[in-house]
Design a protein around this ligand. Structure first.
Ligand code: BJW
Length: 295
């Protein structure tokens, strides 16, 4: 059953069909229905820690063990999650429309796993499955490292006292996002170490606050923008659009004439600025709305 008002659906689809240069800006809300929590608002806490505060170089410098436990947990959850219908609908649109480009802030690997064409998917904030050396002088990086856990010490503990007969270890995993579950003690020597310089700790290949976004990604987007005399549409899906430079692409697209379609669970969460009010606001679960409006 449709959740989108017919009039909005028709006007949006008419515009989409006549559009040739289209952007989608994606955020954590896109993957919420796949079971992955967002950053802000409900679900933005990991144990007692604000998820946004763990996503900083300072947090890693202070307590690399805690930050690795956070990211190792998220790698594990992301690997268990499945892309939802919105990931697939966007991948399909990317295959169909020549001038379509997705800018994703998500690091969960769900768009790649939905077979989104890679040349039309720019990962603004990196990937949970890339790792790199944390030493400034060492440029070692590894892409698509899906080892889970990445080192034995980061294995999610299981409940050995669980009387269940289920033999699969997975069924007895403790939920370490619950602050009442004790985190295993970690020694620095047990954390992932750079195989190249042998000195630095490896860290997740994601972009933390105060860090530059990947240069190649920024260059590709700048080129796409420069090649577009006019941009017809930007879809802003499941993001609070509060983090820059990502959120700035909405303004840049608008400056080139783009209409803005917002898909979000919560109208009140969008920045107050008129720029984000959107020509269309589709309120609800992206996993349901995106396939419907892109049909
Ligand atoms: C649903 C739903 C459902 C829920 N369906 N919807 C200009 C002005 C002010 C500040 C700056 C500026 N330029 C740069 C800055 C500084 C900073 C910044 O932006 N700060 C602001 C917060 C004020 N930016 C940076 O530091 C960036 N780097 C940079 O600019 O480098 C150059 C530079 C360096 C030094 C000095 C100056 C410049 C880097 C930003 C990196 C962000 N990294 C993170 C962590 C990534 C790794 C990880 O995943 O752990 O990226 S933070 C976090 O926020 C993550 C996300 O990608 C990002 C955006 O969050 P997102 O996706 O929008 O999630 P939420 O939770 O905020 O929103 C979810 C939405 O979904 C909500 O609206 C819900 O309602 C909705 N929803 N369920 C549909 N089912």
């Amino acid at each position: 059953r449709s959740v989108v008002p017919q009039k909005d659906l028709e006007s949006f689809q008419a515009h989409l069909n006549s559009s040739t240069r289209i952007l989608a800006l994606l955020g954590a809300g896109l993957s919420a229905s796949s079971g992955l929590p967002t950053f802000r608002g409900a679900g933005g806490l990991w144990r007692t820690h604000d998820a946004v505060e763990l996503a900083t170089p300072e947090a890693f410098g202070r307590d690399p063990g805690l930050v690795w436990q956070f990211y190792s947990y998220r790698r594990h959850m992301a690997l268990q999650a499945k892309p939802n219908p919105a990931h697939y609908a966007l991948a399909e649109l990317a295959r169909k429309k020549e001038g379509f480009m997705t800018l994703s802030q998500n690091v969960d690997g769900l768009s790649p796993r939905a077979n989104h064409p890679p040349e039309k998917l720019k990962l603004l904030h990196g990937s949970l499955f890339d790792v790199k050396c944390s030493e400034f002088f060492c440029k070692h990086t590894e892409s698509n490292n899906y080892t889970d856990p990445i080192v034995p010490a980061l294995a999610i503990p299981t409940d050995e006292s669980d009387p269940t007969t289920i033999s699969a270890l997975q069924a007895r995993e403790l939920d370490i996002s619950d602050e009442n579950v004790a985190l295993p003690e970690l020694a620095i020597r047990d954390l992932p170490r750079c195989p190249k310089c042998k000195r630095g700790l490896l860290r997740p290949g994601v972009v933390w606050f105060g860090e530059m976004l990947p240069t190649q990604v920024l260059d590709d987007i700048d080129k796409w923008m420069a090649d577009s005399k006019k941009i017809d549409l930007i879809m802003v899906i499941g993001t609070s659009a509060k983090v820059y430079p990502a959120a700035g692409y909405v303004d840049s697209a608008r400056a080139k004439g783009a209409k803005v379609a917002v898909v979000n669970m919560d109208r009140a969460d969008m920045p107050a600025s008129g720029l984000y009010k959107g020509d269309w606001f589709f309120e609800g679960d992206a996993a349901q709305i995106v396939p419907e409006i892109l049909k």
